[in-house]
Design a protein around this ligand. Sequence first.
Ligand SMILES: *Cc1c(COP(=O)(O)O)cnc(C)c1O
Length: 246
Amino acid sequence: MTGQPPAVDLEARLTRVRARIAEAAAAAGRAPADVRLIGVTKTHPPELGRAAVAAGLVSLGENRVQELLAKLPQVPGAQWHLVGNLQRNKVKDVVGRAVLVHTLDRRSLADALSRRAEQQGTVQRVLVQVNVADDPAKHGCPCDETLALVAYARDLPHLVVEGLMTVPPLPAGDDDPSEAARPHFATLRRLRDDARKRFPEVVHLSMGMSADLEAAVSEGATMIRIGTALFGPRQAGPWRPQEVGT
Ligand SMILES: *Cc1c(COP(=O)(O)O)cnc(C)c1O
């Protein structure tokens, strides 16, 4: 399969996504440059990651640690963001490899991340993931515990809490996904504003995906995480390296 071009016209899709960001930013009186685009490559082969980097999109995201580790050596020049749930036993694999962990949602994980960063003589940048709708099926810190978790984590010596992240609940039925997500994005923004009053380094809002980036940008997103709109429909499962010779 080597040498085969990616199945999607990535450059055209990238242009389209950047135009959507620019339009939403202009409507909100924001500068498009204040919205960082993160290409979420989960399930897709590393070729697509390399095509993204070649097209100037170096911020890439994965939701599984194993998949991130498998692609990392195959996509030179990428800066990896971990956007999925993190188990404590995988912390050692992530610290120093992910430029930003978007999914800090509990104190025990903050402790583990800071300890590992200390061992590696580094500082790990993180976002606190918030369960904005307090949906029991979702990961993330409850809204009313967010400030306390930010305060706890930012006091650890080897963590920097740079902002908040959320994945809003799926919209019901025929609802416009962007408008359905808007109140949840507004909630995250209010929580960020509260945190920032005490802790000025808490600036980022990681929110917005393919279907709802307009509302996210309009509500103040500084990082949006886009998979499908850039790379096409997801593959059946996580990407895994092939055995040599098959
Ligand atoms: C998959 C994923 C995305 C990208 O979703 P699309 O709808 O494909 O753009 C964003 N954020 C997280 C946490 C994801 O797991």
